[in-house]
Design a binder for this molecule. Structure first.
Ligand code: ADP
Ligand code: ZN
Ligand code: MG
Length: 504
């Protein structure tokens, strides 16, 4: 495993130099439909290049787009989960530009009448120490300008070195997959706030089933716009748009690099050019991709092949009614209802299936605290090392609950319980079966334990006399002997109690 060291300039440092960072984010999320947004081709990832194509997504003359209803539903789920208002009427527009992966010569997107707008969202964000550990979490309101629907382009695949023997191939399987583009106001004041927002969006989109939102697979992409200004200045500085960021970590590094670059430039009397820059992960720097002068004039105009998109109030209400309790609400409820810490509740609501799992385990075990501890430390370790989601756990929550009851009722020790959990995970068998087979059941019966204690005391008369005449350190010796005689099965708590009673 290779770890990258993240160089993060805490907000305070920029403040100290008298500069403030301003960031706005554009996120593209692929909506999880089976078929593309304007044709019936599959959106399945990783198929033979160009196998999922048809006249519509190949941009052949005369082929007409038909809007996928599912894309609208998922877009609505995403919009509602992010606190946006859905417009009952929106317009698709052609965004014209030339690029080999865009066969029509334009992208069908939305422009001045988007699907949804005017969102306000509360996220949790934290200041971090130098190692990036959160110091203190606090809510922050983020205004979201819009969420609109559009199609994705295809993919250019390059081979060979640039300028030498270079071949480029075009795969149009991705052309026409549905995207939601989500644009914020310039709300963020540090790369960590941007980080926390992206994670919030990612979690919420997965939670409501709108998108897989996996940056590594490319179905969530983010483009930060970054500027700096002197503290106290009302007006924003000139912004730079950053592209080519394949993970949240890269995004943060690119933002940090950009902040430094802009501050250095401005302090030496230069000025920031409005431009688009690409992050080069190998060189750890951003580079100009195109300047404002070279910016595209997209010549947007309404898409003549598609009617305006009209959604009824009933449709919106229907989507609202089908929405699950959102992660933030659920986190807050977990803190109150189950008396969990913020970080416990956050981890248990990181995925909806995990939150569901936890609540079933609480019910089955009757102990919210124990269920939280065991899931966080024992179960998640097993799930992570086998790459499984909670919903696919070989230990169903009801069975975990039964195991926790065995521990709570002292039928087996905590240590034994942990071994049993590993065995359950490996074999899918129940706790009761494993305890039975391995003869683990802990002996808590006082009569039985008293018998063993009597034998031990009778066998060690000398130590008994010394103990009674004041050598109390011998107590541990007796406990050890009793545990040994019971082959480790005696409940240590009962052994302690009974030994004290018999020796006094
Ligand atoms: P453009 O016309 O270049 O697309 P927009 O006004 O649509 O610019 O904004 C695009 C993104 O850039 C939005 O997320 C917005 O919040 C952000 N943004 C706008 N101005 C600034 C600025 N001065 N500094 C940082 N981000 C900005
Ligand atoms: Zn197609
Ligand atoms: Mg814009």
């Amino acid at each position: 495993m290779l770890y990258f060291r993240l160089k993060i300039f805490p907000l305070e440092l920029n403040m100290k130099n008298g500069w403030e960072t301003v960031i706005g984010l554009e996120i593209h999320a692929q909506l999880s439909t089976e078929s593309k947004i304007f044709c019936g081709c599959s959106t399945h990832f990783g198929d033979e290049p160009n196998s999922n194509t048809c006249p519509v997504c190949l941009g052949l003359p005369g082929a007409l787009p038909v809007l996928n209803r599912r894309a609208v539903e998922l877009g609505a789920r995403a919009a509602l989960a992010l606190g946006l208002q859905i417009n009952e009427r929106s317009i698709f527009a052609r965004k014209n530009y030339f690029y080999p992966d865009l066969p029509k010569g334009y992208q069908i997107s939305q422009y001045d009448q988007p699907f949804s707008a005017n969102g306000e969202l509360e996220i949790m964000t934290a200041r971090r120490d130098e190692a990036g550990h959160p110091l203190e979490w606090a809510p922050k309101r983020i205004r979201i300008t819009r969420l609109h629907l559009e199609e994705d382009a295809g993919k250019n695949v390059h081979e060979g070195l640039p300028d030498v023997d270079r071949f480029s191939y075009i795969d149009l399987n991705r052309a026409g997959t549905p995207l939601a583009e989500i644009v914020t106001e310039p709300e963020f004041r540090s790369s960590w706030e941007a980080h926390d927002y992206v994670n919030h969006v990612r979690r919420v989109l997965r939670w409501v089933g709108a998108s897989e939102a996996d940056m590594e697979k490319g179905n969530l992409r983010c483009e930060p716009n970054v500027s700096v200004r002197r503290i106290g200045n009302e007006t924003f500085g000139t912004k730079v748009e950053l592209k080519n960021l394949n993970s949240v970590r890269f995004m943060q590094r690119a933002i940090e690099f950009e902040i430094e670059r802009q501050i250095t430039l401005l302090e030496s009397g230069g000025k920031v050019n409005q431009e688009t820059r690409l992050w080069d992960e190998r060189a750890q720097e951003t580079r100009v991709m195109r300047s404002k002068e070279e910016a595209h004039d997209y010549r947007y105009f309404p898409e003549p092949d598609l009617a305006p998109l009209e959604v009824s109030v009933e449709f919106i209400d229907g989507v609202k009614a089908s929405m699950p309790e959102l992660p933030e609400e659920r986190r807050q409820r977990f803190v109150q209802q189950y008396d969990l810490s913020f970080s416990d509740a956050s981890q248990l609501t990181s995925e909806r299936t995990l939150a569901d799992y936890y609540e079933s385990a609480v019910e089955a075990s009757g102990n919210a605290r124990t269920a939280a501890n065991w899931i966080r430390s024992e179960l998640l370790r097993e799930l992570e090392s086998s790459g499984l989601a909670a919903s696919a756990s070989p230990i169903p929550p009801q069975e975990l609950g039964k195991l926790l009851r065995l521990v709570d009722e002292d039928k087996i020790s905590g240590k034994q319980g942990k071994d049993v959990l590993v065995e359950m995970f490996k074999t899918g068998r129940t706790a009761a079966a494993i305890v039975e087979e391995q003869g683990l059941a802990q002996v808590s019966d006082t009569g039985e334990i008293d018998g063993v204690i009597d034998e031990v005391l009778a066998a060690n008369p000398g130590q008994v006399t010394s103990y009674r005449s004041g050598k109390e350190t011998l107590f541990g010796f007796f406990v050890g002997q009793v545990m040994k005689a019971s082959k480790g099965k005696a409940n240590p708590r009962v052994v302690n109690e009974r030994l004290k009673a018999k020796l006094s």
